[in-house]
Design a protein around this ligand. Structure first.
Ligand code: ADP
Ligand code: MG
Length: 242
């Protein structure tokens, strides 16, 4: 059974039809990279996968459980799907460790000592254990994004969604975040990643999906989609990236 299954997903905002029938399956342990022009619906798709947007039609199933627009179901979904955004959205008044332990304490009701141990272990996964007590403003963008990844990992999600996680970073800070993501992929984490980092996609993705105008236009191995794209829109998009 696939970990994530999307069937005929539609999403409209008023008159604007943003997702126009997306079908997608993600197997456990798979890394899927989404590419496509700005505005084609990549963020909206990820937001539907983690329950931040309610689909206008179609179905999203995560771990065999259909996503329903109902508070308890969404709360359960949020535990199982970790999301990392372009902007890190850390709480500025909380330390790195406190940012990471907040959800385990508040959502899972974990005791302080247990949450702290988990938080330190999780910060170590993103190589931030030495900065556990630093506040976001004292950290670089790359460090903040690694803390944001740890915050999502602390809930032990079944799947991690990354929406352009390095797009807001200075170029010299991109590598450290991609390296953490590579390590997660190597550990077998199931990941859906929207990114323009084609080197990362070529090395790490099991599958690349090219989206255009609310649909998946082409999908295949990185080699197939990035090196030998079949669809003219994919070719045009990739040629503009070079
Ligand atoms: P991408 O991530 O591929 O750049 P998005 O999913 O962010 O694309 O957006 C797709 C389209 O949906 C864009 O035209 C965007 O302006 C529109 N859109 C996204 N979110 C909303 C919203 N909450 N309300 C209205 N329009 C939205
Ligand atoms: Mg986007």
């Amino acid at each position: 059974m696939p970990l994530v299954e999307v069937r005929n997903l539609h999403k409209r905002f008023g008159a604007l039809e943003v997702l126009r029938g997306v079908d997608l399956t993600v197997e456990s342990g798979e890394v899927v990279v989404f590419v496509g022009p700005s505005g084609c619906g990549k963020s909206t798709l990820l937001r539907c996968l983690c329950g931040l947007e309610v689909p206008s039609g179609g179905e999203v199933v995560v771990g065999g459980v259909p996503v329903r627009d109902e508070p308890r179901a969404l709360q359960a979904l949020h535990r199982r799907v970790g999301m990392v955004f372009q902007r890190f959205h850390l709480f500025p008044h909380l330390s790195a460790l406190q940012n990471v332990t907040l959800a385990p304490r508040k959502v899972l009701g974990m005791a302080d000592a247990e949450a702290e141990a988990l938080g330190r272990r999780t910060l170590a996964l993103v190589h931030m254990e030495a900065r556990a007590d630093a506040f976001p403003a004292q950290l670089s963008g790359g460090q903040q994004q690694r803390v944001a990844i740890a915050r999502a990992l602390a809930m032990k999600p079944e799947v991690m969604l990354f929406d352009e996680p390095t797009s807001a970073l200075d170029p010299e800070l991109v590598g450290e975040v991609l390296e953490v993501m590579r390590e997660l992929a190597r550990e077998g984490m199931t990941m859906c990643v929207v990114t323009h980092e084609m080197g990362f996609a070529a090395d790490v993705a099991h599958r690349v999906l090219f989206m255009d105008a609310g649909k998946v236009v082409e999908e295949g191995s990185p080699q197939e989609v990035l090196r030998e794209p079949k669809h003219p829109r994919t070719r045009e998009f990739l040629s503009r990236l070079l």
